[in-house]
Design a protein around this ligand. Structure first.
Ligand code: MG
Ligand code: MG
Length: 256
């Protein structure tokens, strides 16, 4: 069942969403040559606790990985797709890309958003990967409308990514969000006809998160049990927004 949130609940999710937005804006500003992903994690955790919230990812485990994730931030560099572990050893260097994904729980309601940021100058094909991935998210957001169906969202991402020659990660998906970090429905970044295709209704809140590879779609999880990487070591980009279905169209909760 997909939960439909009341206007008062949507306002709480909005507060969580804006906190995540502020954190990602700050981290984007910090990203530079020589910065470690651990420094970015420390800043995220500080901002979360200063806001009276809880880092949603810290201590998280799932049926996929029973290991507890130890950080407030997932920082996934270059061929890392998602769930990258912040490290004091990993210094960002020009030409890298780093996906920053963080989540909060504020007064019981969750926020979750991600961006991929270039470090210094990146080459044109990497720029295009970032651009197309972000565009695919915007096209999907535009489909978050009362009466549309889940496959409209999934198909919007799939069509844009594949028509631009990139590939879609299939092992990880977007999700509903509310009083849990991950709620129904699952939101693949492609049309999965084995899955259900529910109609969208006001009050539903969806975390849409295209994960797009420059090379082949296959991924694997490293021995740390979290970090997912592309099998062919090609770069991977990730953008995520939380979007509420309203009578007046999509409401992106994770940006002003
Ligand atoms: Mg998410
Ligand atoms: Mg996320």
């Amino acid at each position: 069942m997909i939960v439909r949130r009341s206007p008062a609940e949507l306002e709480k999710l909005r507060r969580s969403g804006l906190l995540v937005y502020q954190i990602l804006e700050r981290l984007k500003f910090m990203v530079a040559e020589g910065v470690t992903t651990q420094e970015l994690d420390a800043e995220a955790e500080k901002m979360i606790s200063d806001a009276g919230a809880r880092p949603a990812f810290k201590g998280y485990s799932s049926h996929v990985s029973t290991a507890k994730f130890p950080y407030a931030l997932c920082a996934s560099v270059n061929e890392e797709v998602v769930h990258g572990m912040p490290s004091g050893k990993r210094r960002l260097k020009p030409g890298d890309i780093v996906s920053l994904d963080t989540g909060v729980q504020l007064e019981g309601y969750f926020g979750d958003s991600a961006i991929t940021v270039p470090v210094g100058e990146v080459n044109d094909s990497v720029k295009r990967l970032l651009h197309v991935t972000e565009e695919s998210l915007e096209l999907a957001i535009d489909r978050v409308r009362n009466g549309n169906r889940l496959f409209d969202i999934c198909g919007a991402v799939e069509k844009h990514v594949t028509s631009n020659g990139f590939s879609i990660v299939r092992e990880f998906v977007g999700h509903g969000i509310g009083t849990s970090l991950h709620e129904e429905p699952q939101i693949p970044n492609y049309v999965d006809r084995r899955g259900e295709n529910p109609r969208l209704k006001p009050g539903m809140v969806l975390a849409i998160e295209p994960m797009v590879n420059a090379g082949k779609p296959e991924t694997k999880v490293l021995a740390d049990r979290w970090t997912a990487v592309t099998k062919d070591k090609s770069y991977s980009a990730h953008f995520e927004h939380m979007v509420a279905v309203t009578e007046n169209g999509p409401w992106v909760l994770t940006r002003p």
